[in-house]
Design a binder for this molecule. Structure first.
Ligand code: NAD
Length: 352
């Protein structure tokens, strides 16, 4: 076995249908008495329900979380947390809401209890992102890692089938890149493979029936495992492409991941054969890139970038941007090959 480094992260997970009921107990364990509840405007009622349950242990609700954490929103939430003398933040929502909690913690070290309702995986990573002047800055900082994650599959029942599919493949993307990361290690690879397996098993059942509790639990479990891979090992070409397309053309996060992933995987397939074997095995497919493409298509997700609004003439610029300051990747980054990858993703061609 080759030498490796493994970093374990100090967070606590409470998993299971109805585990939201444990929020008060978890606050007590942290010694917290005044929670600021965070949500998007769309999930205001979820935040209000938590506030009602906590009673006078709720210091206030801030329901303005939006995608990519604009600095103005982060500042407003930070100020409110200070003014209310909150001693913890409770985030209820997807990666955007968790991200807002992280933006507060980055300055104040306020402990976060994260209650994820999508499969983005941000709740178990020390990665933060804040957008200022149209540019998204990201970084890693142990202060932003939530102290507790409450995974309650019942809260994901309302996630529409279409968003469940793309959010789930966003999670799978973390595990796929974790398997061929430069700093991959056997523990994370085991977790990543199991994450892909759980997600690939759960997603078709969720799309068929979004209130299938067992399938929802499988997907949320898979999201945790896949998020753990993102937390522990490096990102590669796929995440670089998605950050470029999302940042410059404002393409929707989970949908972009879903379309790009089979092509990024095909790009690196010959350079990462063991990772490909594990991905294919988890998907029960004969090829990792085709298995990912077929999963997305079978879930009814879009498989073509042209459906997201980007124009064909933008692809040259996207190839230029994605090949500047590239992340490490098992196959070296070649501009013309990346342009071809983008063409395949644009037209939604099934990988060879
Ligand atoms: P999101 O948080 O933006 O949520 C999308 C929409 O779905 C929102 O309107 C939200 O309120 C709604 N929603 C969420 N859960 C719902 C539910 N159960 N029922 C009904 N509606 C629900 O989407 P996302 O894909 O979870 O997060 C994307 C963001 O997370 C991006 O900004 C991305 O960069 C970030 N992210 C960060 C990390 C990290 O480690 N830092 C990891 C993954 C994603």
């Amino acid at each position: 076995m080759s030498p490796f480094v493994f970093t374990g992260f100090p967070y606590r997970v409470v998993f299971g249908a109805g585990s939201l009921d444990k929020l008060g107990e978890e606050m007590t364990r942290l010694g917290a008495k005044r929670a600021l509840i965070l949500s998007t405007p769309e999930q205001r009622s979820d935040a209000a329900a938590i506030a009602a349950t906590l009673g006078d242990r709720c210091a206030g609700v801030f329901d303005q979380a939006v995608m990519h954490v604009p600095i103005e929103i982060a500042r407003a939430a930070r100020t409110l947390a200070t003014n209310l003398k909150a001693d913890c933040a409770v985030t209820i929502g997807g990666g955007s809401t968790t991200g807002l909690g992280k933006a507060i913690a980055l300055e104040s070290s306020l402990p976060i209890i994260a209650i994820p309702t999508t499969y983005a995986g941000s709740e178990v990573t020390p990665i933060w992102g804040i957008t200022e002047g149209g540019l998204k800055k990201t970084g890693k900082d142990a202060r932003v890692l939530p102290k507790v994650v409450i995974y309650d599959p019942l809260l994901t029942m309302s996630l529409p089938a279409k968003l469940s599919a793309t959010s789930g493949i966003n999670a799978i993307a973390h595990a796929v890149e974790g398997l061929y990361a430069q700093d991959a290690n056997p523990i994370m690879s085991m977790i990543a493979e199991e994450g892909i397996r759980a997600m690939a098993k759960g997603l078709p059942l969720v799309v068929e029936n979004p209130t299938n509790a067992e399938a929802r639990a499988n997907c949320l479990y898979g999201a945790w495992l896949c998020g753990s891979a993102l937390a522990s090992v490096g990102m590669a070409l796929h995440h670089k492409l998605c950050h470029t397309l999302g940042g410059t053309w404002n393409l929707p996060h989970a949908e972009t991941h879903t379309i790009v992933l089979p092509h990024a995987c095909a790009y690196s397939a010959a350079a990462a054969p063991l990772a490909m074997q594990r991905i294919a095995r988890a998907l029960e497919a004969s090829s990792a890139p085709r298995g990912l493409f077929d999963l997305a298509q079978s879930l009814g997700a879009s498989v073509a970038l042209k459906d997201l609004g980007i124009k064909e003439f933008d692809l040259d610029r996207a190839a230029d941007l994605a090949t500047q300051a590239p992340y490490w990747n098992p196959r070296p980054i070649e501009r013309n090959a990346i342009r071809k990858l983008l063409d395949d993703a644009y037209f939604g061609r099934r990988p060879d």
